[in-house]
Ligand binder design. Structure first.
Ligand code: ATP
Ligand code: MG
Length: 249
């Protein structure tokens, strides 16, 4: 295989007496979706927060395109084209999709005025690629469904050249149709060559959406498997028992 897009190597982080993440190594290739699974408190969010710049690991290394990088804050992460879509989406409710997409990075006219028309045109262009059914360009995002809000957040990340996308339980609060919409978005991002870390509690969804799954338990990595080579029960076994399935071991 080629060089991973990103590798988290031997990452550890403790909070007081709690070893939240204990020498975990995971990696991600271009066009790949890697699911992160494990019980509540297993350390999934803490691990990826070391990549998004929300936390600094106590020890361990991060490599992007094979080069060691230092990520001390979200700005460092963004400089390496790492974007995070949190469950609590950071969208401005009273603004429309285009204003949210360009929030803080507005397009301007040569005279320095905010160029609403250009921002909407760009938003329409990227939505045509990501979510062709999206029609609510002039509504405030508070009027959008959970899945539509997800697509705005994802469009924002993609527009600003995300190559590594972190999604922490993107479908946890969504109904079946909305979940399907996000699944299609993930497929589209894969086709465009992005790498995605997907934290998800739904083993069936991980089997359908992910290429590989990394399972954590009590801060440690149980193992990483190719989803085609294991059953849903194998993955559940890894989550519950904390050991690799016999065949994949
Ligand atoms: N900021 C923090 N301060 C203290 N302890 C923390 C902090 N963040 C996480 N922890 C602890 O670290 C451990 C791992 O938590 P984490 O949120 O990473 O789990 P998770 O796998 O994402 O769980 P969930 O599925 O519930 O989201 C837990 O024991 C948690 O209480
Ligand atoms: Mg979590």
């Amino acid at each position: 295989m080629t060089t991973p897009l990103v590798e988290l190597r031997d990452i550890s982080i403790a909070f007081g007496g709690v070893q939240a993440v204990d020498r975990v190594t995971v990696d991600l290739y271009p066009g790949e979706v890697v699911g992160l699974l494990g019980h509540n408190g297993a350390g999934k969010s803490t691990l990826i927060k070391c990549l998004s710049g929300a936390y600094q690991a106590d020890s361990g290394e991060i490599f992007v395109d094979g080069k060691k990088v230092t990520i001390n804050n979200p700005r460092d992460a963004r400089a390496h084209n790492i974007e995070t879509i949190y469950q609590t989406l950071a969208l401005a409710d009273n603004l429309d999709a285009a204003s949210n997409l360009f929030l803080g990075r507005e397009l301007t006219t040569p005279l320095g005025f905010v160029n609403e028309a250009a921002m909407e045109a760009e938003t329409r262009k990227i939505m045509a690629r990501l979510n062709p059914n999206f029609k609510k360009f002039s509504d405030p995002v508070s009027a959008l469904s959970g899945g539509q809000r997800q697509s705005v957040a994802i469009a924002r990340a993609v527009y600003f050249n995300a190559r590594i996308l972190i999604m922490d339980e993107p479908t946890a609060a969504l109904g079946p149709q909305e979940t399907q919409m996000v699944a299609e978005l993930i497929h589209e991002l894969k086709r465009q060559g992005l790498g995605i870390f997907l934290i998800d509690h739904d083993v069936h969804q991980v089997k359908t959406l992910c290429d590989r799954a990394s399972v954590m338990k009590n801060g440690q990595l149980v193992g990483t498997v190719k989803v085609d080579e294991v059953t849903e029960d194998d993955i559940l076994g890894m989550i519950i028992l904390g050991k690799q399935p016999e065949k994949a071991a």
